[in-house]
Ligand binder design. Structure first.
Ligand code: ADQ
Length: 456
């Protein structure tokens, strides 16, 4: 069998107790655990020079090969072009686009460093699986170094409409370079359609249903919705239902019902809108006051990137204001925690709650939504309230209560329906969603992508 070489920006630590809090890391780690492979990327550290020293860590069938970035490369590549241009634009936030030429140069330079590293590591026949928006030109640079491997790119985030994509300076250069991949995987058919539209309209590519041809080179496009391992999550949440943390959470609730949300602290997740939705519920349905608590777990991410610090301040103010309005001596409406928890604890929290609330303004998939469903007890499951602007909504529309996160009153109505929903209806919805999770599991995601890449 061909070796799989995975490239992503940040490689997740393998040690126990250091749970990754990003969807990409959770997904890649879960996928590689089953088949093994080499995972290459940044070790999260800053050094004098990017790319050295190289470190290797082996754990079971997975080898991690990592290196640091220089401060300048971190600032230009990571904070700059990747997270101040590509991330906001791909999430339709052109108002947050901050472009600088030196950031784009840094982005290309780091991609070239990764290409050189990859060339040294790869053996003939390896399948190269690149992850996410940090490495759109990587295959192109590898080809320039003479590599003839099969290159696949999986984009974890949405692909925006062509009008929005064109706000990126040098978008055509980027898109031409991306066409050096043999396979590009997207989360939903909407993303695929948007990508195809752009290539057709602006670059004159010949596009069929699942292939685009640009300057004689074909790139296959496919939809691969990332999933979870539902059985593992079910078992984890069951085994840890009486863990110390879970008992602490329940005793703090004093038999009140619980709405839970877990996200990286990011403007794409619609956290402020969510707080307002919960506030509206308390405003309009007095019977829930003192009876329902909302727990928001949101560890800070990208704190040094423009927009994230002010978001954090806004959230603190909003939570403070709502709590100031409604808190009673024995009840705090919103518990807002900026920290991460290990996976088992998180899954036990999901299991202990009656409603999982996901309100992203845009989200490639949203694994939390799927984890929430998988963690529920089958005989008494909670309800998922889910933004229609997540990739997950494409798959879970029959079981979840879909909302538009900009519609505060609609969100409050959905929360009320979720809290009032009878057990039979909850079980029915849960079963429908579990069927989807089993079919579109993390294993299926990996197998389909690798099989398609290998078969090209
Ligand atoms: P993210 O934007 O990081 O992922 P998401 O898919 O929800 O979003 O994944 C977050 C992961 O981190 C989940 O597995 C969650 O359990 C974990 N996590 C989050 N907060 C945590 C906390 N406080 N403590 C511990 N764990 C925490 C990106 C895209 C998504 C896409 C994924 C995977 O933005 O749209 O679903 O990649 O492709």
């Amino acid at each position: 069998m061909a070796r799989i070489l995975v490239v992503s920006n940040r490689v997740a630590p393998l040690s126990e107790g250091q749970a990754p809090t990003g969807g990409l890391a959770v997904g890649v780690l879960g996928a590689l655990k089953e088949v093994g492979g080499i995972w290459m990327g940044w070790n999260g550290e800053i050094a004098r020079e990017s790319g050295t020293p190289l470190a290797q860590q082996d754990s079971g069938a997975i080898s991690l090969i990592t290196w640091p970035l220089s401060q300048y490369d971190y600032d230009t590549f990571y904070r700059g072009f990747a997270n101040s241009v590509l991330w906001p634009v791909f999430h339709f936030r052109t108002d947050l686009l901050h472009y600088r030429d030196e950031d784009y140069e840094g982005y290309k330079r780091v991609n070239r460093i990764f290409a050189e590293r990859l060339q040294r590591m790869a053996r003939p026949g390896d399948l190269i699986w690149v992850h996410d928006y940090h490495f759109l030109p990587l295959a192109q640079y590898c080809r320039e170094l003479g590599m003839q491997h099969k290159f696949g790119l999986f984009l974890h985030i949405p692909f925006p409409s062509d009008q929005v994509f064109r706000t990126i300076p040098h978008h055509a250069d980027l898109a031409r370079a991306m066409a050096a991949f043999d396979l590009i995987g997207l989360q939903t058919s909407d993303d695929l359609q948007a990508m195809r539209d752009y290539y057709e309209r602006h670059l004159g590519a010949a596009c069929s249903h699942d292939t685009l041809v640009l300057n004689g080179k074909a790139t296959r496009l496919g939809v691969y919705p990332i999933g979870v391992c539902p059985e593992d999550i079910q078992a984890l949440s069951r085994e840890h239902r009486n863990s110390r943390e879970s008992i602490k959470l329940k005793s703090g609730l004093q038999h009140r019902r619980l709405i839970i949300s877990v996200d990286r602290l990011d403007y794409s997740k619609g956290l402020v809108e969510r707080f307002r939705g919960f506030e509206r519920l308390l405003d309009t349905r007095p019977r829930f006051r003192g009876q329902v608590s909302f727990v928001q777990i949101a560890p800070p991410s990208r704190a040094d990137v423009h927009g994230y610090r002010s978001l954090r301040r806004l959230l603190e103010q909003t939570a403070g204001r709502i709590n100031g309005r409604w808190t009673e001596l024995s009840w705090t409406p919103i518990r807002y925690m900026n920290r991460s928890f290990d996976r088992a604890t998180l899954m036990s929290f999901f299991r202990a709650s009656q409603v999982g609330l996901v309100t992203s303004l845009r989200d490639g998939m949203n694994l939390v939504a799927k984890e929430y469903v998988a963690a529920q007890p089958e005989d008494d499951p909670g309800v998922l309230v889910l933004s229609e602007f997540t990739g997950a909504a494409r798959e879970l529309s029959e079981g979840a209560l879909l909302i538009n996160p900009y519609d505060t009153a609609g969100m409050a109505r959905a929360l009320r329906s979720a809290l009032d929903m009878q057990s039979a209806e909850r079980r029915r919805r849960h079963e429908i969603m579990m069927d989807v999770l089993r079919k579109n599991s993390l294993t299926a995601w990996r197998e389909r992508f690798i099989e398609d890449l290998g078969g090209i």
